[in-house]
Design a protein around this ligand. Structure first.
Ligand code: PLP
Length: 235
């Protein structure tokens, strides 16, 4: 099984329609099912960038081997609700989920009622997503401007709540040990970042900075602390 995360965590990159179709073609040629994790679908903030779901790329026909997951956690900041969806046209899979998983993981009726009322209110959704996009774009541009000031390179994100920043030049070697050393410096400065070693298979020295969990002023304080930690790392 292949799991594809678009928009991606931790890079914030969004796959275009051609790439989504290519991924599915490749997976099918190799006899693999593909799960598209689209949990950041409505958190695209880059100017002129649109999200393309695999469901629209394949014109609604997912076959038996393409599945989509999404949840309320990111786009609606409702991670505490613990509500997500699995969308699949594979009848056997859905029958198994109904029989075994649904009874164990069902969502309470009041929660279902409240979320249903929310997602049926199209004018409210339009306003909410527009505001979400605008605020994410503002927070992202403030955060990356501060990284630019500090000459910290990063991956250009189109979506998501984070920046994937490259601190390799503050490490004496690209190793897990050096990454952990720098991570401890950040922790000492009271900033908690996710290192690449926690994101499986990424290059040591990259750290994920979540800019959306706090206001812009707090983010600025955190980046100043990172700056201090980097000065110390150089000493
Ligand atoms: C790409 C991605 N998928 C899924 C999840 C899971 O979210 P939840 O379990 O809150 O629905 C996360 C959470 O960090 C995520 O980043």
């Amino acid at each position: 099984m292949l799991v594809v995360c678009s928009p991606n965590n931790p890079t914030g990159e969004v796959l275009d329609k051609e790439t989504v179709v290519d991924v599915v073609r490749w997976a099918r040629a190799n006899g693999l099912h593909v799960v598209f994790d689209e949990v950041y679908a409505n958190s695209v903030h880059a100017e002129g960038k649109e999200f393309c779901s695999v469901a629209s790329a394949l014109q609604g026909d997912l076959g038996d081997d393409v599945h989509v997951v999404w949840s309320f956690s990111k786009d609606f900041c409702l991670s505490g609700a613990r509500v997500g969806i699995l969308y699949s046209q594979n009848r056997d899979l859905m029958r198994s989920v109904d029989a075994f998983l649904s009874p164990l993981m069902s969502t309470s009726t009041p929660t279902q009622w409240a979320l249903q009322a929310m997602i049926e209110d199209q004018p409210w959704l339009d306003d909410y997503f527009a505001a979400n996009r605008r605020r994410l774009r503002h927070a992202y541009s403030r955060c990356t401007a501060l990284l630019d000031d500090m000459a910290v390179p990063y991956v250009n994100a189109h979506a998501g709540l984070f920046v994937w920043a490259d601190f390799r030049k503050w490490m004496s070697a690209e190793s897990e040990e050096c990454e952990m050393h720098l991570w401890r410096r950040f922790c000492d400065a009271k900033v908690f970042l996710t290192p690449a070693s926690q994101c499986f298979g990424q290059r040591y020295g990259f750290f994920r900075i979540c800019f959306a969990a706090v206001d812009v002023a707090t983010c600025q304080v955190a980046l100043n602390r990172i700056k201090q930690a980097l000065v110390m790392a150089r000493l």
